[in-house]
Write a protein that binds this ligand. Structure first.
Ligand code: HEM
Length: 243
């Protein structure tokens, strides 16, 4: 039994302040997984909204370029999204790297023999789909937002500040290698989201006999819709549907 006075509380009775509890949670594996889940959900919300916005390309250049113009004329929305998204991606990558390190430290000798039982194909692909997707995002920003790797980047205004996404997508995806890289990245994105949803329910203990399977089916359906919706754009350019 621990004994203490009002001036010097006993060791056993010591309470951890809230800020300390938060730090302990952040440092724990479950804390990192929670960060991955929340930031992953933010990224997921963005890619769904982004795809729906991009699909307006099928409504013609006026509609897609008009949509981009509106976004660029609403700085709160544009920069708010950029800041939240950049922070989410950064925290997602940092937590992933820290979790990998924690897992490695937990078994310093590594597996004596490779055992695929505990990990699914999708979970193994997370290790390389993550870094390839990060490379895709950097290339994509240079391609369609900054335009520095785009051979023929178009703007909507004389000051050359507002990109013309319709022309940029049609010109960019006319290169089959660029389209192929996008399509491969979209397949990886689907695998990544699929497994991300699985580990979200698994690691945060959100397992409910009725709702978990339904939510997983929903995640699967959404990642398939992302694959089809996003790939439809380069395919439509390559087949001449969009020109
Ligand atoms: C074929 C599929 C895609 C197409 C056609 C596409 C198209 C575009 C275009 C045209 C822009 C520039 C918009 C502008 O500045 O007016 C853009 C920006 C962006 N895209 Fe995509 N995108 C695709 C997939 C993705 C995916 C899968 C991700 C994330 C994993 C993504 C993340 C971003 C980000 C972060 C921006 C920057 C937004 C900003 O300017 O703040 N895109 N995309």
């Amino acid at each position: 039994m621990s004994v203490g006075t009002a001036a010097s509380p006993a060791v056993g009775a010591r309470t951890v302040p809230n800020s300390g509890k938060l730090l302990l949670f952040y440092q724990s594996a479950i804390g990192k997984k929670a960060i991955m889940a929340v930031t992953g959900l933010i990224g997921f919300g963005f890619v769904i909204g982004h795809m729906l916005g991009n699909l307006q390309i099928f409504l013609g250049p006026e509609v897609l370029n008009g949509y981009a113009l509106k976004l660029h004329e609403t700085p709160v929305l544009l920069y708010g999204t950029r800041i939240v998204l950049s922070l989410a991606v950064l925290l997602h990558i940092i937590a992933a790297a820290q979790l990998t390190k924690m897992n490695r430290n937990a078994r310093p000798d590594g597996y004596a023999k490779f055992s695929p039982i505990a990990s699914t194909y999708a979970s193994r692909t997370m290790r390389w789909s993550g870094p390839i997707l990060a490379a895709f995002i950097i290339y994509h920003l240079l391609h369609f937002t900054i335009g520095s790797v785009h051979p023929n980047f178009a703007f909507q205004d004389e000051m050359r500040t507002i990109p013309a996404p319709y022309e940029n997508a049609v010109r960019g995806f006319s290169n089959p290698f660029v389209s192929l890289f996008y399509i491969i990245s979209m397949i990886l994105l689907m695998l990544h989201i699929n497994h991300g949803a699985w580990s979200l329910f698994q690691s945060l203990g959100l397992n409910h006999p009725r709702y978990t399977p339904a939510l997983r089916t929903l995640a699967r359906g959404a990642s398939l819709a992302l694959l089809i919706g996003n790939c439809s754009i380069p395919i439509a350019v390559l087949t001449g549907v969009l020109r």
